[in-house]
Design a binder for this molecule. Structure first.
Ligand code: PMP
Length: 389
């Protein structure tokens, strides 16, 4: 038997296979609602203007690529703490490090949680980002699922969320999407966040917050409001942050992990463990993206231009959502949802017919990337959908 014989074949990534099929489809006007990246009206995923300008500035000023430490770019982490949490400083009860994307932040956060409380239960609302369960499992954590969203009625099942948070044991962990829920777009209202924050704090459940789309829902401040409410209410919390969407730097892998603790002494212990875990995982995060974003954030003119472009990206998503919802039916509540994704109640057969008969490509789950449409193609998509239902 060969050494690797015991390995089971893993399923291919369905979304990557979809990219290949879309590319080789010769039909004009084909529509790609698959992979989760922002697109402009021309279907491009552009490098943002301010990011390009910051890269130029960095290229001119950077005089060494010598190693940094496992914490990555400290100025970057400080900037991201302020973007996410407002008027805060690292130190005291808050610590943070740069990570390879939001994925790296989630993995590091999960490993930190597992190191402190081996085998602890993490409550996860479903459906969720398909990479959440394997990341938790890889860190040795147990996931307990509950229903976050009902696709048929297109509603957030808040009663089921609260039932789960009330069933959780003190010391358990709740993984929560900060905004722009992937794959449903169904975010908590501020009133619901208030109830969640109070429940987590009174029941002693550790919030593990995943903020991967700040600025793509309703605005930078509004999209962080729930996370901030939870972190204000709970003495201890873990926040995984991704800059890959709101700065459009996906492949550069830019993120950060923040941990709020109950005391400065806890912060020291937590920080030393984060660094040790980071060292064992990736030694130190890739520098380029973090250095670019730190350069951008240090330049008020670039921050203003980045904000403008991000606002336009968000307005584009909101405009497409409004255009889709106007068609009613299964699309009728899409304007109540936020961010890049909605999850339509479509059978695998309908998804297949949309692809074969109408050149509309989407995930088998019925998840659509709103940015793959435009106000113009929204009508064509709605008509194709109607023809298949
Ligand atoms: N969390 C959620 C909910 C996501 O959708 C994603 C990316 N698709 C991530 C985290 C990870 O983002 P990154 O690409 O920065 O690793």
């Amino acid at each position: 038997m060969s050494f690797f014989q015991p390995l089971a074949q893993q399923p291919a990534d369905a979304l990557l296979a979809l990219i290949g099929m879309f590319r080789s489809d010769p039909r004009p006007g084909k529509i790609d609602l698959g992979v989760g990246v922002f697109r402009d009206d021309e279907g491009h995923t552009p490098v943002m203007r301010a990011v390009k300008a910051a890269e130029r500035k960095l290229w001119e000023s950077q005089d060494s690529k010598s190693y940094l430490g496992p914490e990555g770019n400290v100025a970057f982490a400080r900037h991201m703490a302020r973007l996410a949490l407002g008027d805060v400083e690292l130190g005291g009860r808050l610590t943070g490090v740069q990570t390879p994307g939001g994925t790296g932040a989630l993995r590091l956060g999960a490993e930190l949680i597992a190191a402190s409380r081996p085998g602890v239960t993490v409550w996860v609302g479903t459906p969720t980002w398909p990479n959440h369960p394997p990341i938790l499992a890889a860190a040795g954590l147990k996931a307990q699922t509950y229903k976050h969203f009902d696709p048929a009625s297109q509603t957030l099942t808040f009663d089921a969320v609260m039932d789960a948070l009330n069933r959780a044991q003190p010391g358990d962990v709740a993984l929560l999407h900060g905004c722009c829920h992937n794959p449903t777009g169904a975010d908590f209202s501020l009133e619901q966040w208030r109830v969640i924050a109070d429940t987590l704090s009174t029941r002693g459940i550790l919030p593990f917050l995943d903020l991967a789309y700040q600025g793509l829902g309703l605005g930078m401040e509004q999209d962080a409001a729930g996370v901030r409410m939870v972190m204000d209410a709970c003495p201890e919390a873990v926040l995984a942050y991704s800059c890959d969407k709101n700065f459009g730097v996906y492949r550069d892998r830019v993120g950060a992990l923040f941990v709020q603790t109950g005391s400065a002494a806890d912060t020291d212990r937590v920080a030393s463990n984060m660094l040790a875990l980071a060292r064992a995982n990736w030694s130190m995060p890739p520098d380029h993206g973090g250095a670019v974003i730190a350069t951008l954030m240090d330049d008020p003119a670039l921050v203003a231009d980045w904000t403008l472009e991000l606002n336009n990206m968000r307005d584009r998503l909101l405009g497409i959502r409004a255009a889709l919802a106007a068609h009613g039916g299964v699309l009728g509540r899409v304007d109540q949802q936020r961010g890049m994704f909605s999850l339509l109640p479509l059978s695998p057969d309908v998804v297949k017919r949309l692809r074969e008969e109408h050149a509309v490509y989407m995930a088998g789950s019925g998840r659509i990337n709103i940015a793959g449409l435009s106000v113009e193609t929204a009508g064509r998509f709605a008509a194709a959908l109607n023809a298949c239902l």
